[in-house]
Design a protein around this ligand. Structure first.
Ligand code: ATR
Length: 271
């Protein structure tokens, strides 16, 4: 029987997830269906329950429901707990399992697709909203020698790292603390790119040969990436690869096989 999966969000019409998972299923010869579900803002739990009752095996969860999904899960992966958000639900006889594949998706994209080592490197993460929170543990697990989180509102960055305790190389604060420091990998997890705004970064924050990565995708060369190029970043990437990789990790959780993201990435880039 065909196993049913879905992505749930609000809005959801432009989600790439159905297309991604259809490609993964074709590639891995998996008999699944994958649909998009638009839930009312106050109707997340009901929509999940209805999908599950109808035989659903798993869901991807997107804006604005990732925090509600955390509460709804019976058990959580450590990375979901530390991220404080769930983007993947799996239903089985044990109940509802909540995971978060955003961070491993980012790490896989940087390491495997872009070929940039994280182990032993200095990483700067910009922003302290949901997007930043989800990737801290996976970046630390990937061996970042330093992980600095800078945010317009410094207290939010400081709050973000509190659950990790005191850890060598892990720091948080405002943009002002970046003066005279440079980084091998600079990741933009703020929403500034969506409103085409520049971040107040010191120009020498990009080390020689550094990667500038914007988690936003579908916006072309964002202001952050353009600024990074002007300030000497050697490599630029938007977040499309992260989107594909987090989907592949969800697929692996559900189906036990990890699809090859390379052909799917090429397909998306082709439009
Ligand atoms: P979400 O949780 O969905 O990511 P959010 O909590 O609003 O959304 O987070 C957005 C992030 O982008 C925050 O880190 C925000 O900084 P503040 O915490 O100071 O608000 C950051 N951000 C948005 N616009 C920005 C701008 N123009 N300059 C700098 N930071 C910006």
């Amino acid at each position: 029987m065909t196993d049913r999966y879905a992505v749930i969000g609000n809005p959801i019409a432009h989600s790439q997830s159905p297309r991604l998972h259809a490609e993964f299923a074709r590639q891995c010869h998996q008999d699944i269906s994958y649909e998009a579900i638009h839930a009312p803002r106050d109707g997340f739990a009901d929509a999940v329950a209805a999908f599950r009752t109808a035989g659903g095996k798993g869901m991807n969860v997107t804006v604005p429901f990732k925090l509600e999904a955390l509460d709804l899960a019976d058990t959580l992966s450590e990375r979901a707990r530390m991220a404080g958000a769930v983007n993947t639900l799996k239903f089985d006889e044990h109940g509802t399992y909540g995971d978060n594949t955003d961070g491993v998706g980012l790490v896989a994209d940087i390491r495997d697709r872009l070929g940039v080592d994280i182990d032993g490197r200095r990483v700067l993460l910009l922003g302290a909203g949901g997007a930043a929170r989800g990737v801290i543990l996976p970046l630390l697990d990937a061996g970042a020698a330093a992980l600095v989180i800078a945010n317009r509102t410094p207290e939010r960055a400081v709050e973000l790292i509190a659950p990790f305790g005191v850890r060598a190389g892990l720091h948080a604060g405002g943009f002002g603390m970046l003066a005279k420091h440079d980084f091998d990998i600079v990741i933009n997890a703020t929403s500034a790119s969506l409103s085409d705004q520049s971040l107040p970064l010191p120009p020498d924050v990009f080390a020689d040969g550094s990667l500038a990565y914007d988690m936003v995708y579908g916006k072309g060369t964002t202001r952050f990436l353009a600024d990074a190029r002007a300030h000497g970043a050697a490599m630029l990437s938007d977040g499309l690869g992260m989107l594909v990789a987090q989907a592949a990790e969800s697929f692996r959780l559900w189906r036990g096989v990890r699809p090859d993201t390379v052909p799917v990435m090429a397909l998306l880039q082709a439009g």
